[in-house]
Design a protein around this ligand. Structure first.
Ligand code: 13P
Ligand code: SF4
Length: 299
């Protein structure tokens, strides 16, 4: 299957972009693997005619919005992020009425329609920098309460109101689960994603996006790590550090939508070109503004 995929990629001038949470085989056949921010930057600049996005719908949508001339395909169009739907447009309008100088800061894990109503997008690797750089005092952070609360702690000079959404995978990890794995490996530092609940961040050693967690483990002289995020990152961690050990809370945090990006689905979509991401022109125009502003402010 890998050979067939490679052949089709060449014939069709297609590139595969894969998120770290996708299955190992989808990372192994990818031309670009990374966190949400890296993949958005790649999508914006890529010269390939076809982008096959192994991620979830907001990622495919963002790729299409950032580079509308390209044909963007997803191995499974039903792969979605529940958090992307956890803020209501009416709530944004209500907040705008309450605060004159409000900036609506939208985590990229959101629908394109919600991005249209926002002032700037962020990802977990650039949220602090971007929020700090905004002229506005009042910020409505959507949809993730946990990333929002983490940013609020790091940028105390802003008045950050958070929307009550969350990632069901990260929010389900409990303090007890994390303490149990720490007890089993007391010398291993805890590397955690900011989508986890604040009580878990408090007992962790490093907080960062998937790419930042992977970089941290690679550059550290320590040999054992507790990784508190979706277990797809294990492929890159083990590839980069064959002599280091990585432990996860039990049960392993696993995003079933990300795991829909199987080899079979990648091959099929490359063959048939049938699962295309379609975004209306007016939505592209509306959502491009906050996405481009993110790329500008994160630079
Ligand atoms: P990052 O890749 O930005 O760390 O995002 C995590 C995530 O949940 C993507 O869905
Ligand atoms: Fe969404 Fe969570 Fe899955 Fe990321 S891990 S795509 S935030 S459900």
């Amino acid at each position: 299957m890998k050979e067939k995929i490679e052949k089709l990629k060449k014939e069709k001038n297609a590139a595969i972009l894969t998120h770290y949470y996708a299955p190992a085989e989808a990372q192994a056949v990818a031309d670009y693997v990374g966190d949400s921010f890296y993949l958005a930057k790649v999508a914006k600049q890529i010269s390939a005619d076809i982008i096959v996005f192994c991620g979830v719908s907001f990622m495919g949508e963002s790729a299409k919005i950032l580079n509308p001339e390209k044909k963007v395909l997803m191995p499974d169009l039903t792969a979605d992020c529940p958090m992307a739907h956890m803020v209501a447009e009416g709530r944004i309008e209500q907040m705008r009425r309450e605060y004159d100088d409000l900036a609506v800061v939208c985590y990229i894990n959101s629908t394109a329609e919600i991005k249209c109503k926002s002032d700037v997008c962020v990802t977990s690797s650039n949220a602090i920098k971007i929020v700090r750089s905004l002229p506005n005092k009042n910020i409505f952070f959507i949809p993730d309460r946990n990333l929002g609360r983490y940013v609020a702690e790091q940028v105390p000079e802003k008045n950050i109101i958070v929307n009550d959404g969350c990632c069901p995978i990260h929010a389900a990890i409990t303090v007890e689960q994390l303490q149990k794995v720490k007890l089993e490996h007391p010398n291993a530092p805890i590397l955690i994603h900011p989508e986890c609940e604040p009580e878990l961040l408090t007992i962790s050693d490093f907080i960062g996006s998937t790419a930042e967690i992977i970089d941290y483990a690679k550059n550290s002289s320590q040999t054992e790590f507790i990784v508190c995020t979706e277990d797809g990152v294990d492929y890159q961690l083990v590839t980069d550090n064959p002599d280091k050990k990585f432990f996860y809370p039990t049960p392993h945090p696993c995003c079933r939508d990300m795991k829909l990006n199987t080899m079979e689905a990648i091959l099929s979509v490359l063959e048939k070109e049938d699962k295309e991401v379609i975004v209306e022109k007016s939505v592209i125009d509306g959502a491009l503004r906050p996405l481009d502003r993110m790329l500008e402010l994160a630079r």
